[in-house]
Design a protein around this ligand. Structure first.
Ligand code: ACO
Length: 335
């Protein structure tokens, strides 16, 4: 198969309660949070841009949301589960350590026994997943790949910690990738910096600190975060990643129709737009409705932007994300 085979997104889907007929999904508003921790709607809106977020049901795990998103993406691509050659799930909140959530999704959607694996790169997961699928399809190894980004962050959020619990939400988005005639993925830029790994992590539950009564009592199974430092890195990293993905193509900020960023904080995104010399109306935002859904954020944002008609055939868009690890990624896609 030729090396310059073009790869694009053939279909998209997301798991969001109001889009599905089968689930009355819970909305947790800032007003609700005011009753849980010492915070205010004004503080959360002003510091983050978040108004509300979705919380999955207790009996609903990441693979359930991922499966729904996957089915919708397949339907949108007009493909069947048996057409898939590869399944990747990006998540830091898998149903369990193993089997991989991707294997659970494979079984639930009724796909063939094709390769299925998870990737753990936090908020950059959707972009990393698309980048991996792109390589397999471009090389001719596989034809159709499913990339799902799904998170149940509410399961690892400390609901007594006001500095983190106001930020996160649950959700899932999915894309089916395959060969395209024109456009598709034009550039990919990925990176990581393990030196900054301490800035956001879930300390316990792995082999370093296995679950014990003590680890649970010390609340080590929840997200711990240095928000101020992350904020600083995020602005610099996302602006730089945007440059690394656009410059090799000779593209300037004004050539982009829309930027689909990871939705961590509206102030981060405004600062990134400023650094890029981009007007803020070219940055797609849905953070007010969903908060930070880690890997799922950029996936759901892409789905919604397409549904709202913000992305049209021939548009060049930029996906741009950073997350725990630290990790980051950006890619230009011609729609
Ligand atoms: N309500 C009211 N007050 C609060 C709250 C809250 N929910 N949370 C913190 N405060 C207080 C602090 O205690 C502090 O009080 P003090 O001045 O008396 O000490 C004050 O507000 C200011 O706190 P800061 O942490 O300095 O506030 P900041 O403006 O930095 O905003 C925030 C905090 C929103 C977390 C910001 O730093 C941020 O968004 N950082 C980036 C986080 C991020 O991107 N995380 C995810 C990346 S990786 C991933 O997504 C998996």
């Amino acid at each position: 198969m030729s090396e310059d085979r073009k790869v694009g997104i053939l279909g998209l889907g997301s798991y969001l309660p109001e889009l599905g007929s089968y689930l009355p999904e819970k909305i947790l508003t800032n007003k609700d949070l005011e009753k849980m921790v010492d915070t205010t709607d004004d503080w959360i809106m002003e510091r983050t841009g978040i108004k509300e977020r979705r919380i999955a049901r207790a009996d609903e795990a990441t693979s359930d949301m991922a499966t729904e998103a996957a089915k919708r993406a397949l339907a949108d691509a007009k493909l069947k589960p048996e057409d898939l050659d590869l399944i990747i799930v990006a998540t830091i909140t898998p149903d369990m350590f193993f089997p991989a959530t991707a294997c659970l999704v494979q079984q639930k959607i009724g796909a063939r026994q094709v390769p299925a694996f998870d990737i753990s790169v936090a908020c950059s997961g959707f972009i990393y997943g698309i980048a991996i699928a792109n390589q397999f399809i471009k090389s001719g190894t596989y034809k159709h790949a499913l990339v799902v980004a799904a998170e149940k962050l509410s399961a690892v959020t400390d609901w007594q910690d006001r500095s983190t619990c106001v930020l996160f939400g649950d959700g899932a988005g999915a894309a089916v990738l395959g060969p395209v005639e024109k456009g598709g993925i034009l550039s990919v830029y990925l990176g990581a910096d393990g030196r900054q790994g301490e800035l956001i992590k879930m300390p316990a539950g792995g082999s370093r600190i296995p679950a014990t009564h003590k680890s649970v009592d010390e609340r080590l199974h929840f997200i711990k975060m240095n928000g101020t430092e992350l904020f600083r890195h995020a602005v610099k990293i996302m602006a730089d990643a945007a440059l690394q993905a656009t410059q090799p193509l000779g593209l300037k900020a004004e050539d982009l129709s829309l930027v689909i960023p990871h939705q961590a904080n509206i102030r981060i995104l405004n600062a990134v737009a400023k650094r890029m010399g981009l007007s803020t109306d070219k940055i797609y935002l849905n953070i007010s409705k969903y908060g930070n859904m880690s890997a799922a954020s950029s996936a759901v944002a892409l789905v919604e932007a397409v549904k709202e008609g913000r992305i049209k055939k021939g548009d060049k868009i930029l996906l741009d994300a950073f997350g725990g690890g630290l990790t980051w990624g950006a890619m230009v896609i011609e729609w």
